[in-house]
Design a protein around this ligand. Sequence first.
Ligand code: BES
Ligand code: MN
Ligand code: ZN
Length: 527
Amino acid sequence: MRVQFSAAELPASGFIAVGVLDERRLTVTAQALDDRLGGSLTRAMASSRFRGKRGTTLAVLAPAGSRFEGIFLYGLGPAAELDALKSQAAGGALQAALAGSGADSVVVILDGLEGCRLAATDIAVEMAFGATLRAYRFDKYRTKEKEDDKPSLQLLTFACDGAERATKAFAARQPVAEAVALTRDIVSEPANVIHPQSLAEQAAKLAASGVEVEVLGEAEMRHLGMNALLGVGQGSARESQLVVMQWWGAGRPPGAPSGDAAAAAPAASADSNESGPIVLIGKGVTFDTGGISIKPAANMEDMKWDMAGAAAVIGAMRALAARRARANVVGIVGLVENMPSGTAQRPGDVVTSLSGQTIEVINTDAEGRLVLCDCLTYAKQRFQPRAMLDLATLTGAIIIALGHEQAGVFANDDTLAAQLIAAGAAVGEPLWRMPLGEEYDKLIKSDIADMKNVGNRGAGSITAAQFLQRFVGKTPWAHFDIAGVAWSTKDRDLTPKGASGFGVRLIDRFIADTVEAAGSAPASGRG
Ligand code: BES
Ligand code: MN
Ligand code: ZN
């Protein structure tokens, strides 16, 4: 589905949509139209349950006395409440209602709304963004879908004042919408299609946008000593991969690491570095059977989604590069397949991580943290990041705690946590801060190694985060447990059922609001 913007004029025919505020208050255009049609819109509302609630629609088809094929009334709710996110939601809901309506092209009229803090132009842009996100479909494997089951809607035209400005503003949002779609595509692909090497190939395509992409295989990771990550992949027939994506949009600082990714990293004692990049780290378990600690069969197919953190990092890098973000950001994804086999890692095995710390692998199904810990160490040693953010479908326990409405965020830095929570709120990807603490850390003490990879029964998401924290040192760090929000089993305003692309908009916004807004050029400054 495409969107476009046009001047604020009512077309003479075709399908149109006009807005209605709460309590069936007609917008200016809706009122004029109703007058012209002898009150048929008012009558249609009166004989229905449609009251103008945001997200609802009412179809008035082929109204007598007009040349329109159909008029859709769409609810906006109270004008005073309408903000960017609610406008996006209204756009998403309208798209969903029109998608299978039979209309292939609809002109959506946007009026200026009294008492609303957004101008019609801005509402149009937000609605178009919401409609675009909601129109996403993953249908490449449906070969027999009947025409009538496919969406009819091909084009949404938003008619508003300042259409030219809207076109420009929307163009600036399009890279983000496309990045969300990319992430959803990658997450939706089954594990026989997306495996470590094919996912690395997806990441490598970012080179076309100006991202420097390196792919490390098992031999290189073994040479470096990434044994925690490698242990997870050792039962798989697929080779594990590490992908490093660099975007130096604020200019590469002098002496910034480049070149040989597989060379022994410098033993950096300098922890966080104000002029270093933000490093994004993603869990990329392309399928999680649990390994020898195998998962039950029911719903195991969902574990193709266990690379959603990596997919979000790839999507975020794509969005930042596509909009030429003036920020230095590095993405690192650890790609492995967690399989049971004769070569698989066993419960009780002890591995030496890249950091040198040893780990007793009590449960091979707690594999995400084993992948992430080596990525965190690699990031710290090679890039001396200003901050590290990791995204992972890490624990079922976060779903018990927060359900599917918010992601959990853990952080060792209050400012960073507050900035991330604000960014999430601004884009509609809410985060709930979870605690860290010494008492929780004790729960992963091992009898024979530096730590074990699971705690006991309680606080499963927290002990997972404590495990990660043992690898971050003093670098400002935040960990997003996105197990509950990476996909949805029901349609939502901006996301059809399935992969959500959670994290892409949030990261993009965080970089824009904190790194770019601060104009934080590297120490050397820019030319
Ligand atoms: N990938 C899972 C977490 C998960 C579970 C994501 C359900 C989405 C839905 C992770 O690797 C895992 O298996 N975690 C275990 C940890 C446990 C063994 C300590 C879990 O949550 O059960
Ligand atoms: Mn697991
Ligand atoms: Zn997993």
